[in-house]
Design a protein around this ligand. Structure first.
Ligand SMILES: [Zn+2]
Ligand SMILES: [Zn+2]
Ligand SMILES: [Zn+2]
Length: 162
């Protein structure tokens, strides 16, 4: 059984023999593989938590104490979840959520029902939702990010055939 320790950067639990932290992307151990993909042989200091690209400090984009590559720096993450879809139309987000669930993904929804006061007497109106400007967000576990995105793309292309 591997021993568990806490990451010195994000305090998440990781196995003691980890070369890097999968939660925040910090590299702990310099190995022959930990050279920057763009600037080899420069030593790498981090791994993109989305695509696992190995990068030197110059290439790492740090946000929320996590490491991203420049390509994935804009992706919204919460803990170990990545945002794959958001819409102020809750029904749209719900649809995407069920599509992902039916293709086997773990899905987390946010702001799907956090607007109780709007419903009082007002009924279900898209306008009231966009007014309060809180999109319903759909998250998947970070390791499932690319699969989930392509599942959504696939669904979208089926929706509007050329
Ligand atoms: Zn960490
Ligand atoms: Zn990346
Ligand atoms: Zn680099």
């Amino acid at each position: 059984m591997p021993e568990y320790i806490n990451c010195s950067s994000c305090s998440e639990e990781i196995t003691e023999d980890s070369d890097y932290c999968p939660h925040c992307g910090i590299i702990f151990r310099e190995t022959e593989n930990s050279v920057c993909e763009r600037h080899a042989p420069r030593q790498a200091s981090g791994v993109c938590i989305i695509c696992h690209k190995v990068m030197c400090p110059e290439c790492c984009v740090k946000r929320q104490n996590k490491v991203f590559c420049s390509e994935h720096a804009e992706i919204e993450v919460q803990q170990d979840w990545a945002l794959v879809y958001q819409s102020t139309e809750i029904s749209e987000s719900e649809l995407i959520k069920s599509i992902l669930e039916s293709s086997g993904h773990k899905v987390l929804g946010q702001n799907f029902n956090s607007i109780g006061f709007v419903w009082d007497g007002g009924g279900d109106s898209p306008i009231s939702r966009s007014n309060i400007n809180k999109p319903a967000k759909v998250f998947v576990p970070i390791p499932e990010y690319f699969e989930a995105i392509s599942a959504i793309e696939e669904w979208k292309s089926g929706q509007s055939p050329l």
